[in-house]
Design a protein around this ligand. Structure first.
Ligand SMILES: NC(=O)c1ccc[n+]([C@@H]2O[C@H](COP(=O)([O-])OP(=O)(O)OC[C@H]3O[C@@H](n4cnc5c(N)ncnc54)[C@H](O)[C@@H]3O)[C@@H](O)[C@H]2O)c1
Length: 260
């Protein structure tokens, strides 16, 4: 789908070498944006990025580094300004899904999750928000939450806490950013079939499809379309919201009939 207000805009998207982030980068590029693709894994991302670069020469750049590292965030922002001269859209998408028994979860595992999922998003938005304020042309931020930020999931307490925090971040930042015409919203994907989730569970679509009312698991493209809508002109008046994209999974409960 083609969205208004995307062409020629400059976007930063973290964790975009594969999965949901990659789909967002590709859809932004198809809509005429200029995109800085960030990913941690240089080797893995090189081939996927080469595909984008071939299709959209001159409009996409790769920046390798840990999106939870403060120095990397500064350099990523600096790189984007040097390359394209402005920043309009920011999508802190990189996130680590670290499963672990609550009673065995270690402080270093906890820090790892918080550092990327929350601290990385917070400071990327802080640094880029400052630039958007100075530019004076508004801007858009889309945070990548999860339905685990809404309902409990086994062995994902730390991760779920960060995903709920991102929804609060979208609400709270309205106060700081709205006066500068910068909107901030979040997308909360449900079970989504990506390279990673397929590796975790080979029959991911079959297993998870049974839990979802539509019977179909999410695709990265579903999340990308939602993100592009939130970045587009059509979403100018949407601010501080979380859009759940899960085929209806979180709005249903378990019933006695399920036990039969
Ligand atoms: N896939 C799902 O079912 C699902 C559901 C809900 C929410 N989410 C959220 O959506 C986002 C993307 O999920 P996904 O499944 O597409 O991601 P993923 O795990 O497949 O990772 C995407 C990319 O992020 C990169 N990455 C990992 N750590 C990084 C770091 N520290 N810095 C920069 N890049 C890094 C990886 O190398 C990879 O190329 C995450 O925030 C995730 O929590 C995913």
């Amino acid at each position: 789908m083609i969205y208004n207000g995307i062409k020629d805009k400059v976007a930063i998207i973290t964790g975009a070498g594969m999965g949901i982030g990659y789909a967002i980068a590709e859809l932004l590029l198809k809509n005429g944006a200029r995109v800085v693709v960030n990913d941690l894994d240089k080797k893995a991302v090189k081939s996927s990025f080469a595909g984008l670069e071939k299709k959209f020469p001159d409009r996409c750049s790769l920046f390798v580094g840990d999106a939870g590292d403060m120095e990397v965030i500064d350099k990523l922002v600096q790189f984007t300004i040097e390359k394209y001269g402005q920043i309009d859209f920011v999508i802190p998408n990189a996130g680590i899904t670290l499963f672990g028994d609550f009673f065995k979860f270690t402080p270093s595992e906890f820090d790892e999750v918080i550092s990327l999922n929350m601290k990385g998003a917070f400071f990327l938005v802080q640094k880029t928000g400052e630039i958007m304020k100075k530019q004076g042309n508004g801007g858009r931020i889309v945070l990548m939450s999860s339905i685990t930020g809404i309902k409990g999931y086994p062995d994902l307490t730390a991760y779920s806490m960060t995903k709920a925090a991102l929804q609060m971040m979208a609400k709270s930042l309205v106060l700081a950013l709205a006066p500068h015409q910068i909107t901030v919203n979040a997308v909360a994907p449900g079970a989504t079939l990506t390279e990673r989730t397929k590796e975790e569970e080979p029959d991911y679509a079959g297993t998870w499809g049974k839990l979802i009312p539509t019977g179909i698991v999410g695709k990265p493209k579903d999340m990308a379309e939602t993100c592009l809508f939130l970045l587009s002109e059509g979403a100018a008046h949407i601010n501080g919201q979380t859009l759940v994209v899960d085929g209806g999974w979180t709005v249903i409960g378990r019933y006695p009939e399920d036990l039969e």
